[in-house]
Structure formats: structure tokens, C-alpha cells
Design a protein around this ligand. Structure first.
Ligand code: NAD
Ligand code: MG
Length: 394
């Protein structure tokens, strides 16, 4: 039976994945593989993992494959000679890949490096599934304006925002009192700061509940991830900080909640597995199956909650302050954090220095405003240079 006859809402669609070799990219391809009758691949892009990209191309036969790193172009070209896939390299080629006529694009590049490709996908006016939260943090107002102007459907992939999207009454936003973003608390949830000062990159990327890329894993350990998600939620759902609560929920079963004025609270629950929100956005507005572990509530036993500790985890406070300051502050926060996380992963600074570098950069640069993508790039670059200076002198 043709897929449209089984479920009239599931229309075969072409998909592009920006950042296909990462954690989100691979999970997206895994769901697609389970629904080979629905999806065809337009373009896949990666930065440097050419071996993984070649494997994906051979399996999914996209029309175009792009590697960001020029040095890997020859390897890609040779490995794919004799296939029907076109190959290209470099930043501009990634933007071109994002501009191709896909019905649905997964924006899963990590960091502000995803800005131009994500904007290119948005300008096509189709469906963009957004995992790349740094884009929204860095260029929130401008990006949401592009979404409105192009008539694009923006679907949140981040598990918390995807959860809220599933239970948010967009027809009656006045009936919403607040949203509650849950956070696992990361690997150092109960750790004293004296001990935290000495944690290694390997400890920081070993998240207790989620299996993710290195950068977001460190962000989860500092709780900067929840700060970035606060800003992300502000732009996606049009709410101020007073209407966004953050709650530590170590089991990561409730992915977030919406509290209504009548006292009702609607939540989305699921195993801590990104394949669920990814399947949700791939199938949307219909639902498609995902090969995930299903929840067994009797086994889970209890769900617990506690407020976040902003003294032990200052990154979350910095993000909240940056959102309140507005202008270029979220752009500065994001860029400085990317540099600081890289500094930590490379062993140049300690874990607690991450938030310090971000704070010093914000203190030094605050005040700049951003009205265009060009402004964002300028502030982003300046913030990176400034933060790098603090990393080197830490
Ligand atoms: P990852 O590091 O595993 O993968 C990143 C992808 O981006 C790779 O394909 C890489 O090749 C590509 N990339 C990296 N630098 C690039 C550059 N300069 N130019 C072009 N491409 C580049 O990261 P991830 O964990 O998959 O996360 C991707 C995004 O999704 C991040 O913004 C993250 O915050 C968000 N996200 C991830 C998860 C998760 O479970 N992994 C959950 C929620 C949100
Ligand atoms: Mg999240």
C-alpha cells in the first residue's frame, strides 16, 4: 500500500541534513532509514568526518554531498566517483546545499557556524527542523523575522522545545501562565565547586542520560545549555523570562511542561532519546514510528524535581542576564561560550573558567546592538577574539 493511502497526512518528502555526521544528523538518518518509503535525500553536509559522510552517501544516495573542510575534498571526490551524487567543498558550498529545493531541512550544525546555512534554508520558505540552538541564541530576532518573512515552518528539535511545541496552545497563548524547561542537571549536578574545578573534559562529556556531541555535553555540564535553551524558548514561543521556569529533573523523563491559567500542567514524556523528537519533526504533522525504548513507569518508580543552583552553576545566570540585556549580549554570550568550551576541551582552561571567560567577555563588550546578520557576524567575531584573549590569560 502506498504511504499516502496508509496515512493521508504523511506525504513523501525530500530532506536535506546540515551536519549529517553529528549526533543529531546520524539519528535523523536512522529514523529516515526506517521510513525509506517516505523520504529521499537532497543534500548531506559535514565539516571534516569524510569517512562517515562517504558511508552515508553510499547508503542514502543524496543528490549532493558537501564537506566543509577543503582539505577533505579530494578524498570525498575519489570515494564517490562512479556514484550519482555531486560533491563540493567549503563554507559557501554548504550554504548552497542549504538553498537546494528540499521540502524539509534538518539544521544540525553545531555553533554559530550554522548561521548562514540555516538562514539559507529558512529563506526557502519550507520546513526547517532546528537543532542548532546557537543560531537562535546568536541571532534570535533576525532569524525569527526571516522565518516570518519567508513563511517558513520552524520545528524545534531540542527535546525541551519539542516537548513544549507538542503541548503549547498556539491558538490561545493568553491561556498560558508559564512554561517549565526541565534539565537533567548534568554529570556534576551534586558536585561541590572545589571538586568541579578539577574535572576533566572526559568527565564533562560523559552525560548521565543523553548521548550527544562534545560541545553540547560540556554545555550540559556547566548548565550553559539550559541558559541557551532559555533564550531559545524566548524566541520560539514569544515569552519573557518571567514566564520561563527552569527545573532540575534528574531522570530526564518529562522533557518540559506548559502550565495553563486554570492550573492544568501539560507535559511531554519519553525516554531520553533524541530519536523521539527527531521522529516527531520528521513526521509532523503526522506521527511516525521510532525505534526507541518505550517508557516503563513502574520501573521508573519516581520522578523528582529540584530548583537549579545558580551559585554552583553561574552560566545559567549569565544567559538569563544576557537575554535581559538584549542587543548583542546573547551573541556575545554564545560566541564566548563556544571559545571557552573549545578552550576547556583542548586543556587550555579549567571547567570553572568556562563561565568566567563568558562573564569577562560580556563585561568587556556589552552594549553592541545587532540589527542584521552582518552585525551578528561582526559581534560574534569580536567576541571570539576577546574570549580567546581571556582563555590565553586564564
Ligand atoms: P556534533 O558535534 O555531534 O555534530 C555537529 C555537526 O556539525 C557535524 O556533522 C559536523 O560535521 C558539523 N559541523 C561542525 N562544525 C562545522 C562547521 N564549522 N561548518 C559546517 N559544519 C560543521 O553535534 P550534535 O550533538 O549533533 O549537535 C548539533 C546541534 O544540535 C547543536 O547545536 C546542539 O546544541 C543541538 N542539539 C543536539 C542534541 C543532541 O542530542 N546531540 C540535542 C539538542 C540539541
Ligand atoms: Mg535540550
Amino acid at each position: 500500500m502506498a504511504v499516502e493511502e496508509r496515512n493521508p497526512q504523511i506525504i513523501p518528502r525530500s530532506v536535506s541534513i546540515l551536519g549529517s555526521t553529528g549526533s543529531i544528523g546520524c539519528n535523523t538518518l536512522e529514523i529516515i532509514q526506517h521510513h525509506a518509503d517516505i523520504f529521499t535525500i537532497e543534500a548531506l553536509t559535514a565539516y571534516s568526518n569524510v569517512e562517515r559522510l562517504v558511508g552515508q552517501v553510499k547508503r542514502f544516495k543524496p543528490k549532493l554531498a558537501v564537506i566543509g573542510d577543503h582539505k577533505k575534498y579530494q578524498t570525498l571526490k575519489e570515494a564517490l566517483s562512479g556514484t550519482t551524487t555531486c560533491v563540493a567543498a567549503g563554507r559557501e558550498a554548504i550554504v548552497e546545499a542549504a538553498s537546494r529545493p528540499a521540502d524539509w531541512t534538518m539544521a544540525a550544525i553545531v555553533g554559530a557556524a550554522g548561521l548562514e546555512p540555516t538562514f539559507a534554508a529558512i529563506r526557502r520558505g519550507k520546513v526547517v527542523a532546528l537543532a542548532n540552538k546557537e543560531c537562535l541564541v546568536s541571532a534570535g530576532n533576525i532569524m525569527m523575522e526571516e522565518v516570518r518573512a519567508a513563511g517558513t515552518t520552524l520545528l524545534p528539535v531540542d527535546s525541551e522545545h519539542n516537548a513544549i511545541f507538542q503541548v503549547f496552545d498556539f491558538e490561545s497563548p493568553e491561556s498560558i501562565e508559564k512554561i517549565i524547561l526541565t534539565a537533567s542537571g548534568g554529570p556534576f549536578r551534586d558536585m561541590d565547586r572545589l571538586v568541579m574545578a578539577h574535572v576533566t573534559p572526559a568527565q564533562a562529556v560523559a552525560h548521565p542520560n543523553w548521548n550527544m556531541g562534545a560541545k553540547i555535553s560540556v554545555d550540559s555540564a556547566t548548565l550553559m545549555n539550559k541558559g541557551l535553551e532559555l533564550i531559545e524558548a524566548h524566541y520560539l514561543f514569544g515569552l519573557g523570562t518571567a514566564q520561563i521556569e527552569i527545573l532540575i529533573h534528574p531522570q530526564s523523563v518529562i522533557h518540559s511542561m506548559v502550565a495553563y491559567v486554570d492550573g492544568s500542567v501539560l507535559a511531554q514524556l519519553g525516554a531520553p532519546d533524541m530519536r523521539t523528537p527527531i521522529a516527531h519533526v520528521l513526521g509532523w504533522p503526522a506521527r511516525i514510528s521510532a525505534p526507541t525504548t518505550k517508557l516503563d513507569f513502574a520501573k521508573i518508580g519516581q520522578l523528582t524535581f529540584e530548583p537549579p543552583d545558580l551559585n554552583r552553576f553561574p552560566a545559567m545566570r549569565l544567559a538569563s542576564q544576557a537575554l535581559a540585556s538584549g542587543g548583542g549580549a546573547p551573541t556575545i554570550l554564545n560566541a564566548a561560550n563556544e571559545v571557552a568550551v573549545q578552550g576547556f576541551l583542548s586543556g587550555a582552561i579549567g571547567f570553572l573558567d568556562i563561565a568566567l571567560v563568558v562573564e569577562k567577555t560580556l563585561d568587556k563588550l556589552q552594549g553592541d546592538s545587532v540589527g542584521s546578520l552582518c552585525d551578528v557576524r561582526r559581534v560574534d567575531l569580536l567576541s571570539r577574539c576577546t574570549a580567546q584573549g581571556f582563555v590565553e590569560t586564564a
